[in-house]
Design a protein. Sequence first.
Length: 422
Amino acid sequence: MPTITAPRGTRDLLPEEAAAWNRVEAVARDLSRRYAFERIETPVFERVELFARGLGESSDAVEKEMFRVGGARGTDEERAEWALRPEPTAGIVRAYLQHGMHVRPGPLRLTTTGPMFRYDRPQAGRYRQFAQWDVEVLGDPGPAVDAELVELAHRFYAEIGLSGVVAHVNSIGDAECRPAYRRALVEHFRPHVERLTADSRRRLEVNPLRVLDDKALDPELAATAPRSIDHLCDACREHVTAVLGLLDELGVRHEVDHGLVRGLDYYTRTAFEFVVEGREGQQQALGGGGRYDGLVELLGGRPTPGIGFGIGLDRTVIAMAEQEVELAAAGPLVAVVGFGDDHADRLRVAAALREAGLAVRPDGSARKLGKQLEAAAKAGAGWAVIVGEELARGQVGLKDLASGEQRTVALGEVASAVAKPA
Ligand code: HAM
């Protein structure tokens, strides 16, 4: 019978990768606490309209990559209505408005971690289901919080053990200065439309900033393109100057990237992405974010500034493997072995050791002791606790599976004995 495989563009997290994922999630959780972010969870599917309005009709996420879902007896109408979230920001802002969170003392600092879905052509580092750690701040116009978030992401990469991570930063202006910049881009590209891809030609009319995001853009046209930073209004220029100054003062590694425009339409002013130096290319962004001062209003609320980032955990874990980041070994694993069918004793001993905090695998077989010890070593146990007659006196055998040394110890002493390095 043919075997069933996972859907294209998805990844199974196998035990070999678990230590890296555990580290990444633990650091994200701990930093969320230290930076005073509160947890929020929103559904993994929402109305298509939320994404269309929030992320923009011309964003790839909406135009090409919506992962639509319907009910079990899904009608075409339902399929048109729902989509798996391509990102969490729109859903978080939807929840913020729906629950009247604007009346809470702000700025609000919210965080979530979970799966996102983009129905794209899968390739290395680009999946149809991937995980993000996301943080959002609502109600803070910056610029200090802009620098704080870039610093936070930078600290995240440092604490998980990645090196060479650089923040690429740009300002893409706001409603005041963007129109003039868009005109400048159109003027620059229009005489050369024949050198643009079909996608870019269409975008030139709808959203010319996205032309800069085209990976197939002629390098010469890209290099000579007008830079948004030269077209900012006074307020936006002051803002980005302050953000860059703060990053300098904080010693956060960054560079201004004039081609950085981000793929979602809600961004204003500060935009940033994180890449490992020498591993460049948009596909390789380990995370990104920016300011979205118009999004709350766009989704029906009062004008409220917002800023956040999403860190792609799959790409982060892959980069850790590439850099061979050392992961702390898990605590000692203890096997509990015994004689014949003394399973009640083995399980009782296992329970007592677990209560003392140890990771324990009891052997559930009746095979010979030697076979049980062999299997324990193969399974990665560093120690075997041998349950025998001495259990009546509260004692067990403790065998160091690496050295083969064995002694008798009180059950209550096993935890401290295995915690000491051999
Ligand atoms: P984004 O740049 O679209 O931003 O995604 C953030 C990160 O998610 C990317 O840098 C990348 O690491 C990862 N990612 C995106 N798409 C894929 C994919 N198909 N496969 C694997 N990883 C992927 C956002 O999503 C914004 N919501 C970030 C944000 C929050 N801006 C403000 N607040």
